[in-house]
Design a protein around this ligand. Structure first.
Ligand SMILES: [Ca+2]
Ligand SMILES: [Ca+2]
Ligand SMILES: [Ca+2]
Ligand SMILES: [Ca+2]
Length: 466
């Protein structure tokens, strides 16, 4: 977009220039400028290259559409305006049709033409019902306003090209100015930086680190508090455009433990986003039929954008045996598929408006869409049944801004920004992670690093290992 910015600034006092620039950008995806000579002839600035030695190489393409009749005469010569002493190396190449010429006249005086320059003289076989195309390549020591005449009979059939709006535009659009790095897709993100060099919507991506989400799945009952009923590690990668706005959010999820009898689902609410701000969702696993989606792949019936990443764990797990997955001492050890979900936004958005990782993830209890289990103090989605709040051990009080915690502030969902080693089945988490209890009951004020492997932080004999 650097060219657009430049032209906008250059043309800020001229409405007509703004209109022209928009036309050029909208109508010339190949970075060319075409003008109509008349009589079936057009002239196109095909390229302008700054040779970085004080010279520029220009290529004009002349096309005739094959029209015939009194207003479509055969070409007699083709003249190009240029300041004497500034041009050299004029050559012609026939691209199509049967055009011939007798010589290239380097002028500078061109007889009947009203300007100085050079011409392709004694042309034959193009115009007057004969379609054809040829290019004129020439070198100049500056970029100038240039007229070009497709002379047929007495009709000059003249076009006028502007040094800035036409020639310089084509040069910059093609990134053929001196010292400019190539930008193949012209998105303002140079090829050397562009991880998507042929995709003008995308420039680079930044991958986050693996983190862990762990759940107790008997909410609103406390359960055994081993926090391994679903343990899912995640990694988010944001894809940015050249304006540093997020185009796609790519998520990876991998299940490390299911110490549960329930077959749970998992989704993420983007609290700052409306469903309409998402263009598409791909890669999520919806096999059980209880999740209804909008056309864009977000969950239907939601006020905020919600993506169900998988609606059950069994579609993803590769069990080695047994009913507990990677939570029993000396038990079977299974693997998980990696769920790769790509969310593409309807319009690129700022990273700040997307919200912070891990957003608002939640467990769906055993295929019952009424029961969501969120991280502490995260809001439920539109589909959670609020009748479950405040029942059993849950002490959710929306009026006080308290969600998904017990009366002594114990959560049902955990997030840590590292890969968490989970508990052995049916052993409370605070027996393996010795600082956990103080962290939870102070609502995170104390021991925010409870999950680290520091001296005195763990009883490793209570933590599962393969
Ligand atoms: Ca690029
Ligand atoms: Ca790109
Ligand atoms: Ca449990
Ligand atoms: Ca368990």
């Amino acid at each position: 977009m650097k060219n657009l910015t430049k032209y906008f600034l250059a043309s800020i006092f001229s409405f007509s220039l703004i209109v022209f620039t928009q036309f050029a950008l909208a109508q010339d995806p190949n970075c060319e400028i075409t003008k109509v000579n008349g009589g079936g002839f057009t002239t196109t600035i095909q390229s302008v290259v700054n040779n970085c030695d004080g010279t520029y190489t220009f290529v004009l393409r002349v096309d005739h559409d094959g029209c015939s009749g009194p207003s479509c005469k055969e070409l007699s010569h083709y003249s190009v305006e240029a300041i004497p002493g500034t041009y050299s190396n004029v050559s012609v190449q026939v691209l199509s049709g049967g055009m011939t010429y007798t010589n290239i006249d380097l002028g500078p005086n061109l007889g009947s033409d009203p300007f100085q320059g050079f011409k392709v003289d004694g042309t034959d076989g193009i115009g007057g019902g004969q379609a054809g195309s040829f290019t004129i390549t020439y070198t100049m020591t500056s970029i100038q306003n240039q007229r070009a005449s497709a002379k047929a009979g007495t009709d000059p059939q003249m076009v006028t090209f502007n040094s800035e709006l036409d020639f310089t535009y084509v040069m910059n659009c093609n990134n053929t100015n001196c010292g400019v790095d190539p930008d193949t897709d012209n998105d303002g993100c140079y090829d050397i930086d562009d991880m998507f060099p042929t995709d003008p919507a995308r420039c680079y991506e930044i991958a986050g680190n693996w983190g862990t989400l762990a759940y107790e799945d008997l909410w609103p009952s406390k359960g055994d508090y081993d926090f391994n009923d679903l343990v899912c590690i995640y990694k988010y990668t944001s894809v940015y455009n050249a304006e540093n706005q997020v185009v796609d959010l790519k998520a990876k999820y991998y299940i490390t433990a299911v110490g549960a009898s329930f077959n749970n689902g998992f989704g993420v609410q983007f609290d700052n986003l409306l469903p309409s701000q998402i263009a598409s969702v791909t890669g999520n696993i919806l096999d059980k039929g209880y999740v209804t989606t909008n056309a864009n792949g977000t969950e239907a019936g939601q006020a905020k954008a919600v993506v169900i990443m998988f609606d059950n764990t069994e579609s993803i797990l590769n069990r080695a045996g047994g009913s507990f997955f990677n939570t029993l001492e000396n038990g079977f050890v299974g693997t998980s598929d990696t769920v790769n979900v790509t969310i593409t936004f309807a319009n690129p958005i700022s990273a700040a408006s997307l919200g912070s990782i891990p957003f608002n993830p939640f467990l769906i209890k055993n295929g019952n869409r009424d029961f969501e289990i969120h991280l502490p103090d995260k809001l439920p989605t539109s589909l959670a049944d609020p009748a479950n709040f405040g029942t059993f051990e849950d002490d959710t009080r929306p009026g006080d801004g308290k969600y998904y915690m017990s009366d002594n502030n114990l959560p049902w969902g955990l997030h840590v920004p590292v890969v968490l080693d989970h508990m052995i089945e049916k052993i409370e988490i605070n027996q393996g992670y010795l600082k956990f209890g103080n962290w939870a009951q102070t609502r995170g004020a104390n021991n925010p690093d409870w999950y680290l492997n520091e001296p005195g932080y763990r009883d490793a004999s209570k933590i599962w290992e393969p």
